[in-house]
Design a protein around this ligand. Structure first.
Ligand SMILES: [Ca+2]
Ligand SMILES: [Ca+2]
Length: 344
């Protein structure tokens, strides 16, 4: 932002607008020479944000991993910051930030009239203009401070799509901060740092179709159906306490009560099976043989799986889900526990 202001100023110098700007600045500052508290009404605010998701699977990773990059560059098209306050009527300040300028560690600077109950809201929109995440907070602003920090926690709008950050693959994160810090110590020994296929998940969507559920996983990379593999857990009854049989899968994710009733297991060469976890009692190695084949299509950067309703029974319409994907059974990225999303 500073760089941009600087380059704008350079342009202004070149075009002679600098004189106009200077004149305007003097006009604004002029009362300062004659009166004692000319800017008492304004507070400088520095706004920051941190994304939050259900289960916080990656929530605390952001604080460790976030640097000057946009965690969702290909999916955020625009971020809108609004400040609303009464003066005495309702007033709004709005600032739009193009997606390409959004970064996880950014601060947004605004001048806001001082006073109580200033409500700050951030909304981020995806490529098709759908709200992706948002958050707001209300603070009292006094002009005593040089800069007032305002920090928001953003919750995702989870309408059937779990968004995932770019460049957050498990090998990359493990190298940077370690698997234990990610709460993924159980994957130690399963991550191969030298694998070439490092599939980077961008989004995992659930769509209800006429015949069942369609799972769509989009990646940053072109998928090779010969090695693409993964698992998607589905909590189809939206109840984290079911199934209660303590199967091998729920024990694997101990401490993460996903309530997965079904597991979609994807193996290389476009093989996908659906396993009913309410009846599965075997060990993990037996999972591939415990399921019913479902249709999978791997094309370019997308994997599409259709789970027919005759295998799952009627699904009320709200499904929790969690996905983990990789190459030849080695996980490289995941969509953390997103809790409940509407499958519409
Ligand atoms: Ca990712
Ligand atoms: Ca359940």
């Amino acid at each position: 932002m500073i760089n941009k202001a600087r380059s704008n100023f350079k342009t202004a110098l070149k075009t002679g607008k600098a004189l106009v700007i200077l004149a305007l600045a003097l006009l604004v500052l002029a009362p300062a020479c004659g009166t004692t508290e000319p800017e008492e009404g304004l507070s400088s605010v520095s706004i920051g944000f941190s994304p939050m998701q259900f289960g916080q699977g990656l929530g605390n990773v952001f604080s460790k991993f976030q640097d000057a990059y946009n965690p969702y560059p290909s999916v955020i098209s625009e971020m809108v910051v609004t400040v609303t306050y009464r003066d005495p009527g309702l007033k709004t300040i709005r600032k739009k930030i193009p997606g390409k300028n959004v970064s996880g560690s950014m601060r947004i600077f605004l001048e806001v009239p001082s006073g109580p109950d200033r409500t700050f809201r951030i909304e981020a929109y995806d490529r098709v203009g759908k709200l992706m995440f948002s958050g707001e907070t209300t603070v009292d602003l006094s002009s005593d401070r040089v800069v007032t920090p305002v920090d928001l926690t953003l919750a995702f709008s989870c309408q059937g799509t779990a968004w995932d950050a770019e460049r957050d693959t498990l090998p990359r994160l493990a190298k940077k901060i370690g698997l234990d810090s990610l709460g993924l110590g159980f994957l130690a020994g399963q991550i191969d740092f030298d694998i070439t296929e490092e599939y980077d998940l961008i989004s995992l969507a659930l769509v209800k179709t006429a015949t069942g559920i369609r799972i769509i996983a989009d990646f940053n990379d072109t998928l090779d159906s010969g090695n693409f593999s993964g698992a998607v857990l589905l909590d189809t009854d939206n109840n984290i306490s079911t199934p209660a049989n303590g199967n091998a899968v729920s024990q694997l994710f101990a401490g993460m009560p996903l309530g997965a009733d079904f597991l979609v297991l994807i193996q290389p060469d476009e093989n996908a099976v659906l396993i009913d976890l309410s009846t599965f009692t075997g060990i993990l190695a037996e999972l591939p043989d415990a399921g019913s084949a479902v249709s999978i299509d791997i094309r370019n950067q997308r994997a599409t799986i259709d789970v027919p309703q005759n295998l799952t029974g009627n699904i009320p319409g709200v499904v929790g889900f969690f996905g983990i994907f990789g190459s030849d059974g080695i996980p490289t990225d995941l969509a953390p526990d997103w809790g409940v999303c509407l499958s519409e």
